[in-house]
Design a protein around this ligand. Sequence first.
Ligand code: RP5
Length: 175
Amino acid sequence: MKNILVVIVMGSDSDLPIMKDAIEIMEKFDIGYDVLMLSAHRSPEATTLLAKNAFDRGVRVIIAAAGGAAHLAGVIAAHTILPVIGVPIKTSTLNGVDSLYSIVQMPPGVPVATVGINAAKNAGLLAVEILAGANKDLQKKLISFKKAQSDTVVNKSEKLQKIGYKEYLKIMEKK
Ligand code: RP5
C-alpha cells in the first residue's frame, strides 16, 4: 500500500465534481492520497483533529476546498506546519469571489497557497511540485508532463497555421 502523502479535503460533497481534477492528478502521478469531507463550520472538531495529526501520519501536503465563507483551508493551516493549498469553489451567489477572498486573505504567519476559483487541477499539480523537491521520480514525471503540455500548444499552433482560422473553428465547433 502507498504511503498517504497528500490529503484532499472538501467542505461538502457538492465540491467533489470540481475536486475530482485534483484526485486525478494524484492518480496520474501515482501519489498516495486520502480524500475526505470536513467542514470548518459543520464539523470543526474533526477538522482540527485532521490538521493536528496529519504531519505525524506522514502526510506532506494538504489540499482544502470550500465555497462561500470558506474557512476550511485557513483553519487547517492554523493547526499544522504542513503546506496547505486552498481551492476556492465557485458559488451560485457570488461566483466564488467570496470563496477566493475567504481563502486568500490569510493573516501574516499562517499562509495558504491559494489557487484560482475551481482550479483543483492546479492544486493537485502544486502538491506534486512541492513533493517533487525531494523525489527524483516525481521530478522526471513533471518534466514529461510539462513537455507534453508544451507539445500540445505547438501542435495546435502548427495546425492553425496550416488550415487557417475558419477551418480550425469549424473543427472546434464539431467537438
Ligand atoms: C461549503 O459550503 C462547502 O465547501 C460548499 O462549497 C458550500 C456549500 O455546501 P453544501 O450546502 O452544498 O453542503 O462549506
